[in-house]
Structures are given as structure tokens and as C-alpha cells.
Design a protein around this ligand. Structure first.
Ligand code: DAH
Length: 327
């Protein structure tokens, strides 16, 4: 018994002299774990002699419990001490500037589309997003573009097979919409279009926004009025524009709109016209009663004109310096 009490004292001294969680754990394992020195000693004393068991059992267990508690509280004290030390060392400098998290923003093309949509929504247009993989009928034939038309040329169109292609113009949505809805129609179709072309003013994928109006008493002046108002709105000033007669198989008469650049030269930005009677007939729309006008705007074109961008490939290079300019 004397030996036992001596051992208990030694352990208590060890615990008192320790200021380290690891060595505290070592002490616990060494003395009071299942095979620890003290645990074994208690077992020896208790199970060899029934007399000892009765007389000292309770006392011995209390001694062990006491040591367990001592270790537990010592751990708490050390942890508290370490925590306070950490707080003292980790001084907070209130004068440091906050960490700046830069937020993302919409791509300039998405922004332009949203702006254009806002304008046309107020005029009562509805929006539709058609398929980018189109068939020959909607992209060409329904629009009065037949086999030997240059637009069908292999060099322009990305063909997927004999009948399927990546749409070359958002005009492909015109007939789809006329099939679905009866006139009057006021619709806008923004989206990606694809042509096999690549230089500073052309990319194989670019964006157009197409407008279509089918109604009674529609005439070319309605079209001119809308486009003029739209361009003044988009460029935020009364820019110099001209309507130049042109040719598109699906409109008659057809025109292109040019804008005067800063250097005094004209640049074409959109095509438009009165919907061709053949296209209306294709859709069983009575062209004695209803007339239509349509327009297709190149989105990259008008943004680059507005912001004086000479190479449109920059829109798709993901250069953050360029993109953040439009935030
Ligand atoms: N789809 C033509 C193009 O990609 C643009 C166009 C011209 C659209 C005349 C129209 C239109 O709706 O009437 O060049």
C-alpha cells in the first residue's frame, strides 16, 4: 500500500510539472490506461486478495479517479493558456484595409442584348430563343433562299449533314414563329449564329438580333421609324444613319442600314425589309390582309461601333481587362 501511495504522489507531481498536452497524454497512457502502471497495480492489489479488495477497493478506485480528473483539468488549463497566448499574438489591426472580392459581371454582348430587349419590350415585342442547329428549310428554303444561292456555299455554312447545319442567321426563326402564331406578331429573336469566317471583323460565331412584325397596314416607314428610334436609343445620341437599298431573298424591298463612323466612312450594321410575299405565302398568311417587316442586327457590330473596338475577336478572348471595362 505504501508503494501505491508513493506512486500516486509521483504521478501527481508529474502532472503538476507538465505544461504540455502531449506529455500529459503520455502520463495518462503510462499510468492510468488499461495497461498503465497504476491500473495494473490496482488490479494486482485487488484481485490477489479478497481482504484487500473489501478494505481498499473503494479507496483505490477513488485514487485513480482523482488522477483522471487531475489530468482532465490540467488539459483544460493548458488549452486555455494556449488559446490566450494565441489571442495575444494574433493582434487585430483595425487599420488594415478589407479584403476586396471583385464581383463578376455580364458579358458586354449579354449586356447589349438586355439593353436591346428592354427597348423592344416597351414596344410590345415578345422574345424567342430558337435552336442553333437548324435544318435547311428554316435557315434557307422557307426564306426563299434556294440551292445555288451564295449563302448556301460550303465556305459560309457549317454543315452537320446534308440537311442539318449551324444556323447562319437568326432569320431562321421567322418562319418558325409564323408557323406557331397567327398574326398580328411582334417578335424578337436574339442569339448566336455561325459562319465560316475569321478576321478582325468576323468570327465564326457571332450574335444577331432579329425582329419581325406581321400586322395589317405595316409599311416601310414603320420599319424605318422603329430602327431609327432604336439606334438613337442604343448609341445614346442622334447618330448619322442612312438606309441603302439592298437585296435579301426574303424581303422586298430590302435595305441595309449604315452608320457613319468617326472617320466619316459608312459601316453597314443591319439588314431589313418588308417580308417577301412568298415567305408569307409559305406560311399561309394572307398577304392581301397582312404585311410584315423584318430586320437583323449584328450585335458585335453595333457594340464595336459604340465603343470604337477595331477587332471583334476580343469579345471572345476572355481578357479580363477588356471585360471589366464594361462593368
Ligand atoms: N439575315 C440577314 C443576315 O444575316 C440579315 C437580315 C436582312 C435580316 C434582312 C432580316 C432582313 O430580317 O429583313 O445578313
Amino acid at each position: 500500500m505504501l508503494n501505491f501511495l508513493k506512486l500516486v504522489n509521483i504521478i501527481k507531481v508529474c502532472i503538476n510539472n507538465t505544461f504540455n498536452i502531449k506529455s500529459l497524454e503520455k502520463i495518462r497512457i503510462k499510468y492510468i490506461s488499461k495497461n498503465g502502471i497504476l491500473s495494473k497495480k490496482i488490479n494486482n492489489i485487488l484481485y490477489n486478495n479478497i481482504y484487500f479488495k473489501k478494505k481498499y477497493g473503494f479507496f483505490l478506485r477513488i485514487c485513480k479517479l482523482n488522477i483522471e480528473n487531475k489530468i482532465f483539468f490540467k488539459k483544460k488549463i493548458i488549452n486555455k493558456f494556449l488559446f490566450q497566448k494565441k489571442i495575444i499574438n494574433e493582434k487585430i489591426d483595425c487599420t488594415l484595409p478589407g479584403r476586396f472580392i471583385s464581383s463578376g459581371s455580364f458579358h458586354p454582348i449579354t449586356k447589349a442584348i438586355n439593353k436591346i430587349e428592354n427597348f423592344f419590350k416597351k414596344l410590345g415585342f415578345n422574345f424567342f430563343y430558337g435552336p442553333e442547329i437548324e435544318n435547311v428549310y428554316y435557315n434557307f428554303e422557307s426564306l426563299n433562299i434556294y440551292k445555288n444561292h451564295p449563302a448556301m456555299d460550303m465556305h459560309d455554312t457549317f454543315w452537320l449533314n446534308k440537311n442539318k447545319l449551324l444556323r447562319t442567321q437568326t432569320s431562321s426563326m421567322q418562319v418558325r414563329i409564323m408557323e406557331k402564331f397567327n398574326p398580328p406578331i411582334k417578335a424578337l429573336f436574339p442569339g448566336k449564329v455561325f459562319r465560316n469566317d475569321y478576321d478582325s471583323t468576323h468570327t465564326p460565331m457571332f450574335h444577331q438580333i432579329e425582329g419581325l412584325i406581321i400586322d395589317k397596314n405595316i409599311n416601310f416607314s414603320n420599319l424605318k421609324w422603329i430602327l431609327k428610334k432604336f439606334l438613337y436609343f442604343f448609341f445614346e445620341k442622334n447618330i448619322n444613319i442612312r438606309f441603302r437599298s439592298s437585296y435579301f431573298p426574303f424581303t422586298v424591298p430590302s435595305a441595309e442600314v449604315d452608320i457613319m463612323k468617326k472617320n466619316g466612312k459608312w459601316l453597314e450594321i443591319l439588314g431589313c425589309g418588308m417580308v417577301h410575299p412568298k415567305v408569307l405565302n409559305n406560311m399561309n398568311i394572307n398577304n392581301n390582309l397582312f404585311l410584315g417587316c423584318a430586320f437583323g442586327i449584328g450585335i458585335e457590330r453595333i457594340i464595336s461601333l459604340k465603343y470604337n473596338i477595331s477587332d471583334i475577336r476580343i469579345f471572345f478572348e476572355n481578357d479580363l481587362r477588356f471585360l471589366s471595362y464594361f462593368k
